[in-house]
Design a binder for this molecule. Structure first.
Ligand SMILES: Cc1cc2nc3c(=O)[nH]c(=O)nc-3n(C[C@H](O)[C@H](O)[C@H](O)COP(=O)(O)OP(=O)(O)OC[C@H]3O[C@@H](n4cnc5c(N)ncnc54)[C@H](O)[C@@H]3O)c2cc1C
Length: 517
């Protein structure tokens, strides 16, 4: 039997998972007066935003681009703190470079005039269409990010109210179809439509609402957190501890306990029972409902429904260090996207056929040009990411067998197109495949970003931030509303706190109590 919460004490919250969604939820619950216990199975906080170190190279495993920094500034303000004092976030300009195998290059930066020049250089006839695309993107940002993205979407009425906006903005159309309606050059169509891949979605199927990313990049910049996203996550954990909360690393939750239809605590894999007034899960909703609530009967998020859902793509990520290469490959900056010979064909292979193609498109991260703390002096730290099929369904890729073959293939692409001769300098190497996403993050089907953000898996259709299955249970993070990506998971905690009741018995840290007496 689960111990009841201490009724003489303050209201308590358990947060399962210290991804950026879980960390921001814990901060906001602390600010709301809850006594918070945050548990993560990993030995660091940050989830997909955590890092590993090998031979003096720090590898930020996941997010590298921070957009919409004001979501963090607001989060810190709500906790009575100043974000800029805790995290050194710096703008990166140019944002990134997109390259094609024919040698053409498109450099994305903040300045609108420079961007129009870039478009003109590739395809003069597309300049008017590009300007219209920017306006389209702004309209979708206001509607999708500032509007419904920041509001709860747990009632059908919440969705119905938004339907006229969806119709007006042609949410039925895909990101790619929208870009193609504005520009004709295939390279520009790619450059204006690839953003859903940053959150695991197929640009040819994800709703065109996601073209909002172009506006938020242009308006608020592309940033890098010195020390990596791990540094931001660590700063978030410090705020939680300063609020009097507890952050426990290396603790895995095996089960969420439910009494009379309400979540009332958790049991860890070590058999420890912890009681709480509310439980917030930052584990993937698939893992939350299928694994942590396996003993409970579900009405909506049944195993069959989760299995029918469409999951985001998988990722093959090779982290490597190179010795004595600082200053070499001078044309390779912080962020480079190298297109393969095919765009739509490759997307089809990844998302529809679930076939591991020979060709690939690659995102190359080289943080050592911005942040000296990622590599020993004179060396470089890289990661190369290639989107691949997830593990859903029969005939999924056997990564134990394919990992080395695929790495060699990727090394060949990098060698031939971006960083010739790099393998002679290798000083560290680490690989994540969809299998690792299962073992490290308990990610269903090894998906890189939880449920794919298709129209019928977005807003009300996504697992709700307030559970539709059990009382006192809340969800935060990439698999819930509004979706994946750093700004969205932090916003999901903003939505969550609109749904969580104020702590009936607010937490007062000991020092505050003593000072008052
Ligand atoms: C390679 C990569 C690159 C990316 N690049 C970018 C980028 O540049 N910009 C951007 O904005 N976004 C990017 N993203 C997306 C972004 O990182 C994620 O959407 C976001 O970090 C997810 O945060 P989250 O809070 O949902 O959960 P996660 O980071 O998935 O964290 C969930 C946590 O829950 C823990 N957990 C799960 N189950 C249990 C359990 N039973 N008990 C205890 N703990 C548990 C896990 O260990 C994990 O730490 C990237 C993602 C990846 C993978």
């Amino acid at each position: 039997m689960t111990a009841r919460p201490d009724t003489t004490g303050s209201s308590s919250a358990i947060v399962i998972g210290a991804g950026l969604g879980g960390l921001s939820a814990a901060m906001r619950l602390g600010a709301k007066g809850y006594r918070v216990t945050l548990l993560d199975r990993l030995d660091q906080v940050g989830g997909r935003g955590s890092s590993i170190t090998q031979n003096g190279h720090r590898f930020d495993l996941g997010p590298t681009i921070v957009t919409v920094p004001q979501v963090f500034e607001q989060l810190w303000r709500e906790c009575g703190r100043d974000f800029r004092k805790d995290v050194d976030l710096r703008p990166v300009d140019p944002y990134y470079e997109i390259r094609w195998r024919d040698g053409s290059v498109f450099t994305v930066r903040q300045d609108e005039g420079a961007m129009i020049d870039e478009v003109r250089r590739l395809s003069p006839r597309d300049v008017p269409g590009y300007k219209r695309f920017l306006k389209d993107s702004e309209a979708r940002y206001q509607f999708g990010f500032e509007g419904l993205g920041r509001r709860p979407m747990n009632k059908l009425m919440d969705l119905i109210r938004e339907l006229p906006g969806f119709v007006k903005l042609r949410a039925d159309r895909s990101v790619y179809a929208h870009a193609a309606s504005r520009v004709s050059d295939p390279r520009l169509r790619m450059a204006l439509s690839f953003h859903p891949l940053f959150i695991g979605g197929d640009p040819t199927h994800v709703t065109s609402m996601y073209i909002l990313v172009s506006h938020l990049e242009k308006e608020f910049g592309v940033h890098y957190a010195m020390g990596g996203v791990q540094e931001m996550a660590d700063a978030m954990a410090r705020v939680i501890e300063d609020q009097g909360g507890t952050v426990r690393r290396g603790v895995e939750v095996d089960e969420i306990t439910v009494t009379a239809g309400c979540a009332d605590g958790v049991v860890t894999t070590d058999g420890e029972r912890l009681a709480a007034d509310i439980v917030v899960s930052n584990a993937d909703p698939g893992t939350t409902y299928d694994r942590l609530l396996r003993k409970q009967v579900k009405k909506r998020w049944t195993p069959a429904r989760l299995n029918r859902s469409r999951w985001s793509m998988g990722l093959f990520v090779w982290y490597f260090g190179t010795k004595g290469t600082a200053g070499k490959w001078a044309d390779v900056g912080h962020h480079t996207i190298l297109n393969g010979p095919r765009y739509r064909g490759l997307l089809k292979d990844i998302f529809m056929k679930r076939h591991l193609a020979q060709d690939m498109s690659v995102y190359l991260h080289r943080p050592s040009v911005t942040d000296p703390s990622v590599a020993p002096k004179g060396d470089d730290t890289f990661y190369a990411l290639s989107p691949v099929p997830n593990l859903h369904g029969a005939n999924s890729v056997d990564w134990a067998e394919m990992e080395e073959t695929y790495r060699k293939n990727l090394a060949g692409v990098l060698n031939d197109n971006l960083i010739p001769g790099f393998e002679d300098h290798l000083s560290a190497s680490h690989i994540l495949t969809p299998d690792t996403f299962v073992s490290r993050y308990l990610s269903p089907h090894g998906a890189g970003f939880s449920l794919e953000p298709r129209i019928f898996q977005s807003a009300w259709f996504r697992p709700h931030n307030i559970s539709e299955e059990f009382g006192n249970l809340f969800l935060v993070g990439a698999g819930t509303h509004p979706g994946a990506g750093i700004p969205s998971v932090v916003t999901s905690s903003e939505v969550l706190t609109q749904l969580v009741p104020d702590a009936p018995r607010p937490y007062v840290p000991l020092e505050t109590k003593v000072a008052a007496e």
